[in-house]
Ligand binder design. Sequence first.
Ligand SMILES: Nc1ncnc2c1ncn2[C@@H]1O[C@H](COP(=O)(O)OP(=O)(O)OP(=O)(O)O)[C@@H](O)[C@H]1O
Length: 246
Amino acid sequence: MIAFENVTYDYPGVTALRDVTLSLDHATTTALIGPSGCGKSTLIKIAVGLLIPSRGQVRIGEQALESAHLAALRHRIGYVIQSGGLFPHLTARENVTLCARHLRRPAPWIAERFQALAELVRLPGDLLDRYPGQLSGGQRQRVSVMRALMLDPDVLLLDEPLGALDPMVRHELQQDLRALFDRLRKTVVLVTHDLAEAAFFSDSIVLMREGRIVQRGTHADLQRAPADAFVRAFLAAQQPLPPLHD
Ligand SMILES: Nc1ncnc2c1ncn2[C@@H]1O[C@H](COP(=O)(O)OP(=O)(O)OP(=O)(O)O)[C@@H](O)[C@H]1O
């Protein structure tokens, strides 16, 4: 569904991705994980078409992600970022329906789809006419997920969507999002810093370091056969809770 082929990306003075090759099958969920600055967000931005690879290419389905048909391909991709990225001067409803209205989708279609998505992300109707500033962080992320799904994209890219939420809201949204991914059968890529979250959501985990993929596999694969000392150290750094002492 998505294929990165030998993708390198250079910011001025920084090479953020180095020869990354990765293909993600239809209806799978993949977690991108790795230390800060390893290139996770850059990879996601390339998949959305916000950045164009310095070298290499990306394909969505059979189509190369090139500037000529970027606009059409973007409608096949939903994108959620940590801060939600909602327009503050538009209500939740206006944010979610903005793109569909811009594309002149029929009003009954928009209303029906909006209602179905509100039920899917479990947002009560009275919240949907509020502005983002009048919603909690968790509610804002539910609206962001609705917006990302509005045009029924094949691919859903989530860049630390739960990173800014308190642990209880985060737990609730983790449960709801996983149920939603299972139900919708989209190709999902989720960036997280949390290995437990990666293991909970994904069919496969892609561990990155300094712009390269170090290992790909399930959580069990990584634990059973870490590719190198870095993977071992990364797994060891995920601290369990200390034992209780009386
Ligand atoms: N606009 C930019 N200009 C220059 N360098 C950048 C820019 N954005 C990111 N970088 C650099 O590119 C590298 C990869 O950044 P990226 O944001 O992709 O990492 P990340 O793995 O998503 O990090 P984090 O987990 O902290 O969000 C880092 O060294 C970062 O400093």
